[in-house]
Design a protein around this ligand. Structure first.
Ligand SMILES: [Zn+2]
Length: 157
């Protein structure tokens, strides 16, 4: 297979966007809108008022998710936090009704954080820049089922 390799955060970010029928440029909010449509979920995103944390977290209740994000940084930082939490939702890391993106092979929360952060970074880049022209010419869609292999490759097993 040519283009972006299968087992990379970039490949997975793109497979998510393909699955969501979403083409760049898009914001984290537009990505969340697409996840809501695709999986019949509700995703609210609220600034986290305390200022005590500079990241984000997500609350899940049935099919309704609320992402709280640190709003004191730059727009880029905010987008990154929101994409990170959206990846947790898509990868089924939260309680509540999960999207049917079935993941396997994650053995702990450290693995999750590492994976989510890599995929979130790739999503931010893809949301802003899309594919390079060379990648666009050779690109093939990556199945979401590749995710398990990706985790295995990250964990070197
Ligand atoms: Zn996280």
């Amino acid at each position: 297979m040519q283009g972006i390799p299968l087992l990379t955060p970039q490949g997975l970010a793109r497979s998510m966007c393909d699955d969501l029928d979403l083409a760049p440029p898009f914001s984290a909010r537009l990505f969340a809108d697409a996840v809501e449509r695709r999986y019949d979920l509700r995703i609210a995103m609220e600034p986290w008022p305390s200022g005590e944390y500079t990241t984000g977290w997500c609350n899940a209740r049935d099919s309704a998710y609320t992402i709280y994000y640190y709003a004191g940084g730059s727009v880029v930082q905010r987008e990154r936090i929101q994409f990170h939490e959206l990846c947790h939702i898509l990868m089924g890391h939260l309680s509540g009704r999960q999207p049917p993106v079935v993941m396997r092979g994650e053995s702990g929360s450290d693995d999750r954080e590492k994976t989510v952060e890599q995929v979130a970074q790739a999503l931010v880049a893809y949301s802003m820049l899309g594919d390079s022209p060379a990648e666009r010419r050779t690109r093939e869609s990556v199945p979401l089922s590749a995710y398990g292999q990706f985790i295995d490759s990250l964990l070197d097993r």
